[in-house]
Design a protein around this ligand. Structure first.
Ligand code: PLP
Length: 382
């Protein structure tokens, strides 16, 4: 089976991990700060807090922005469930903003409309979490304008978009957001096995997230409520979590990050080749806006005739092609249905869901494999 995504592990990655295993620290050593600095260098963000998953990063990002019971958080229904669950962990309520039919990203006109309605009913959100589907940035400048106008904070869920850019700046620079979140799960652009990070330009948010990452414990005397008792002393200042990344993971991430540019270039080559191979088929192909350079985490095609999606999907799988669907709209999950959402609530997200197939996309996918995938697809659509 050709998988839809697959990590690439080099000898250098293996050596980097082995080196940590032989060192003094498996966790809380020098590899995590080195990886954090590397992510700051790659994105120009001032602060990076590396954690054990993007889900954890989304959770502490929400907490740092003051999300709690009574808060409202909006995100995209076309995402992995973690984009919404982070608000629920904080006791907040979640709502969704419908998406653009071609990109599956949060639609700016829908966001504006929903904000105007929410203003009249005094139910504006505290935080909006746009998701850069497949690695193509949302229109962050527009979202930023709306954030200023309506007074909400912005967390970019850039789990797919490590190495991508928007308006000639790296995703993660946080020009138009308070916090940006990356995932380093093996199917994503670079991996730490499990892992994620929260990036920000705010020292205050960075301090809050660092505390939350490790039990709410600090050794900083300036934060203590009484003089230090000695070198062993620490204080727990609030209820934090254990969301730390290990040094083993960070060393893998650092080593992987050294190949980020060639990985993005190769994914672009694969996307261009799909574009050429598939252009005459009855499917919509992803075409990111000119302001966007996608990381091409996913290559999502949209069938003109959605009644054929299941047959085409099954046919591709039967041919050994590990296609997938990203995503089942979050609001249709039983957990969210129990909270009052239902089919029909976000028609563009649902229509998108019913048409899409994610084709295999990972750096080692060969041109022969792409040709095979294109031929099969053509045959199944005929
Ligand atoms: C993968 C993913 C996450 C969660 O990432 P983990 O690192 O597995 O916790 C969150 N949001 C989106 C959009 C994702 O694709």
């Amino acid at each position: 089976m050709i998988p839809y995504g697959r990590q690439h592990i080099s000898q250098q990655d293996i050596d980097a991990v082995v080196e940590v295993l032989k060192s003094d620290f498996l966790t809380q050593g020098p590899a995590v700060p080195a990886f954090e600095q590397r992510l700051c260098d790659l994105t120009t963000a001032q602060y990076t807090i590396a954690v054990n998953s993007a889900t954890s990063a989304l959770h502490i990002a929400c907490l740092a922005l003051g999300v709690g019971p009574g808060s409202r958080v909006w995100t995209s229904p076309v995402s992995f469930v973690a984009s919404a669950n982070c608000a629920r962990y904080c006791g907040a309520s979640v709502d969704f903003v419908d998406v653009e039919p071609d990109t599956g990203n949060m639609a700016i006109d829908q966001l504006r409309q929903k904000l105007e309605q929410a203003r009249t009913s005094d139910t504006l959100p505290q935080v909006v979490i746009p998701v850069h589907l497949a690695g193509a940035s949302c229109d962050m400048q527009q979202i930023h304008y709306l954030a200023n106008e309506f007074g909400f904070k912005v967390i970019e869920d850039a789990s797919h978009a490590v190495g991508a850019s928007y308006q000639d700046e790296p995703v993660g620079c946080c020009r138009y957001s308070d916090i940006t979140v990356f995932s380093f799960h093996p199917v994503k652009i670079i991996t730490t096995a499990e892992g994620g990070a929260a990036l920000t330009n705010s020292s205050e948010l960075a301090d809050k997230m660092r505390l939350l990452r490790s039990h709410g414990i600090s050794r900083d005397e300036n934060l203590m409520t009484e003089p230090s008792h000695g070198a062993w002393y620490y204080q727990q200042l609030q209820l934090g979590l254990n969301y730390r990344m290990t040094d083993i993971q960070a060393a893998l991430g650092f080593s992987q990050s050294q190949r980020l540019l060639p990985i993005i270039k190769q994914r672009q080559v694969l996307a261009d080749r799909y574009q050429t191979l598939l252009q005459n088929l009855t499917v919509g192909l992803p075409e990111p806006d000119t302001s966007v350079i996608s990381s091409w985490h996913l290559y999502i095609i949209r069938l003109d005739d959605k009644t054929r999606r299941k047959a085409v999907f099954d046919g591709l799988r039967a041919a050994g092609i590990g296609v997938n669907v990203h995503y089942i709209p979050i609001h249709t999950q039983p957990y969210y249905q129990q909270l009052g959402f239902d089919w029909g609530d976000f028609p563009q997200a649902e229509d998108f869901y019913e048409r899409i197939i994610s084709l295999p996309m990972f750096p080692e996918l060969s041109s022969e494999q792409q040709q095979f995938i294109a031929d099969k697809l053509k045959e199944l659509l005929a």
